[in-house]
Ligand binder design. Structure first.
Ligand code: V47
Ligand code: SF4
Length: 378
């Protein structure tokens, strides 16, 4: 296959382990031929994670969809008085945690809306009651947008709030709320909530507090290649400083039931694979790139295992955000299905916990032990 000279020069750098620049990222994103992108991303993926593809057994909890903000891409939120609005009770939340335990989950991922009337203590209490009910469940909770909201609610510094939630049982932070950092886009799609600089500050503070976190990017709407590469480089810069990110998750925009989606199509499978591969190539200091199957659909998530991704996320149950925006994937995959999908993609399935330790199950599968730390090569 013919490769242009600029792509060939970039390919040389990737093979030699040399970091790519902003201009090279934009070039790859815009012009590189799909097979070359895949080959290079796969090279990096295998150098870091060999033939392994990870999954985890987790559950999502969205305690409320009532939200003060109105992000244009969001089909999940509801107004305070809307019949669509809901708030889960403490009993329902504890019930979900116990159900998760029964199903052998190792993680609960908690994010939701910013309710007009709920104080900070309501959010803290959610972490506390889940932790008290099932102490072995790792709680990955609140996007940077929620943490920013907690600062506004309490007037307390972020370090104090993080320490307080940690004391309640928090284990790590998810990567949501990042969208596209660049103000040219952010000001058009979610102008009111925490901006890109604040998102980065909050993750820096979390890493400094000893908490690991993830990062995301919402692509396939009004952003350009330059905006995507700028976003990735801001994450790469913070990772150089703290090393606190675990996984990057590109999130494909779902256009149904939201204002931003009017007149837009869901990103094509081709774009999904290109963004996955370019992310792997630009984020040379991230150990893992996740193909979130709930968003991408199962076929693309499988192919992504050869386009830079080494993780398929989990057996997510009770997920609302993408299903409200038109995702037609199932709510849940069984462990056997996930393992089969990974094996079919030519990879070795490994169950991990949130912090990327191998999970060792007893034959009944409900009980587990934490095994070795799964390390990557940089
Ligand atoms: O920040 C909202 C996105 C995010 C839509 O950390 C949408 O392991 C597409 O961040 N189309 C929240 N995306 C979810 C998230 C996440 C998911 C899985 C794993 C992890 C992790 C984090 O969902 C939001 C926003 O970017 N989102 N609406 C939509 N219509
Ligand atoms: Fe609210 Fe989050 Fe939806 Fe934005 S994306 S409107 S902050 S729930």
């Amino acid at each position: 296959m013919a490769t242009d000279t600029q792509s060939a020069a970039i390919a040389e750098k990737v093979r030699a382990g040399v970091r790519l620049s902003f201009a090279e990222g934009v070039y790859l994103d815009r012009h590189a031929e799909l097979h070359l992108l895949g080959e290079l991303a796969n090279f990096v993926r295998e150098r870091k994670n060999g033939n392994r593809s990870y999954y985890n057994v987790n559950v999502h909890l969205n305690p409320t969809n009532v939200c003060v903000y109105r992000c244009k891409f969001c089909a999940f939120r509801a107004d305070l008085k809307s019949p669509k609005g809901y708030v889960l009770s403490d009993e329902e939340i504890v019930g979900r945690a116990q159900e998760a335990h029964e199903r052998g989950c190792t993680e609960m991922h908690i994010v939701g809306g910013l309710h007009h009337q709920k104080p900070y203590e309501w959010y803290r209490n959610i972490v506390q009651i889940v932790h008290d009910a099932v102490p072995e469940l790792h709680i990955k909770a609140w996007t940077a947008v929620e943490w920013d909201w907690f600062q506004r609610l309490t007037n307390r510094p972020i370090a104090e709030i993080l320490a307080d939630m940690k004391a309640a049982g928090l284990g790590s932070l998810p990567g949501g709320g990042a969208e596209i950092f660049h103000p040219e886009v952010r000001d058009k799609i979610c102008e009111h909530k925490a901006d890109g600089t604040e998102w980065i500050k909050i993750h820096r503070a979390a890493h400094q507090a000893g908490l690991r976190s993830n990062a995301t990017m919402l692509y396939g709407h009004i952003e350009s290649a330059e905006h995507r590469i700028d976003h990735l480089l801001r994450l790469r810069e913070l990772q150089d400083e703290t090393g606190g990110f675990q996984t990057f998750i590109p999130l494909a925009f779902h256009p149904q039931n939201n204002a931003l989606g009017v007149g837009l199509q869901k990103p094509s499978g081709l774009m999904d694979l290109r963004v996955m591969a370019v992310s792997r190539l630009m984020l040379d200091n991230f150990d893992h790139i996740k193909a979130y199957w709930q968003m991408l659909g199962i076929p693309i998530a499988q192919i992504a295992q050869s386009f830079g991704s080494d993780d398929l996320d989990g057996t997510v149950v009770h997920e609302k955000i993408y299903h409200d925006a038109g995702s037609d994937t199932p709510q849940e995959l069984t462990v056997a299905e996930l393992r089969r999908l990974i094996t079919e993609a030519g990879r070795e399935p490994i169950e991990r916990d949130t912090l990327y330790h191998e999970v060792i199950r007893d034959p009944g599968a409900k009980r587990w032990q934490t095994g070795r730390k799964l390390v990557s090569v940089h």
